[in-house]
Design a protein around this ligand. Sequence first.
Ligand SMILES: [Zn+2]
Ligand SMILES: [Zn+2]
Length: 349
Amino acid sequence: MLAAITVAKETITFHDTPEPTLEPGHALVRVHNVTLCGTDLHIWEDDYPTELPLIQGHEFSGIVEALEPEGSHDFSIGDRVAVNPIICCGECRPCLTGRYNVCQNVGCLGCYSDGALAELISVPVDKLCPIPGDLPLDIAAMGEPASISMQAVNRGRPETGETALVLGSGPIGLLATLYLTELGVKVICADTEQHRLDLAVEFGAVDTLLVTPGSDFPDAHQTSRLDAMTDGYGPQLVIEATGVPSSLENAIRLVASAGRIVQVGISPRQASVSMKDIPYKELDLMGSRMSLNLIPDGLALLARHPDQARALMTHRFAFADLQQAYRLMQGRTEKIGKIVIEMPAGTPA
Ligand SMILES: [Zn+2]
Ligand SMILES: [Zn+2]
């Protein structure tokens, strides 16, 4: 089978490698679609704590080609599936307390071990997630990022009628906006790019705030709008989905007293946070990582909103052109939502 191996910084080579053998408790999945995210770009740029060479790809969908053993679970050959890429040890305290997404020894297919940018992948059967109804396989590849957004929202304990501020209108922020809106929360989205804010409105945002780097945020006009929407208290919930240090600082400054902040954006950089606001406002500041078994919910969210899911997928590349997809992400010159990689089995006729 053909596999794309990231062999060194910004270098992918295609190899004809042996097909994975079917191990007990595993399924072979023929990969149809893989979507790319910022983590993929960092790995490709060799700016990620993992060893190269590596077969990347952690957001994916495909069709079950073989199972071992058959019949001891709910899956059959030919099933359409997404896959939970999290690998956990099952033995550490987080695992034993049901928090396996923050396992001490957590791994992720395509990030720390070989992933889905190959024609076939072997995965434990308990990582398979059935794709509901006629949800297309390309959209289903985004079940994993949708699950990350839902985890972040759930961590924030939203309540109907509250106002949330979502910082960052990339795929994670947009899918969080979609889910919060479903839950009856009024969402205000902030981003540095107007085209992403236009998309945020399609995902349910009731208002948007354009951030101008280097200028005050929010400006006087934006402050009066935020005040009007929150009765002068500020949003009860802030989801930080940019990973930009100043954005966490903004979250702590803008959130209401007794409010909640969920940090889902990731950065190796340091933020300087207010040691006064956190206690004075008695804030709950929470992290959110991957998800606890929410890919089936992520798939259902996408299935309920196929138009928004389609709008997220801005670019498509054939497997053979993977390197160009990374170059495009790196250049940041185009308006990119999600990039879909069409594997040989998933290439439209
Ligand atoms: Zn991802
Ligand atoms: Zn563990």
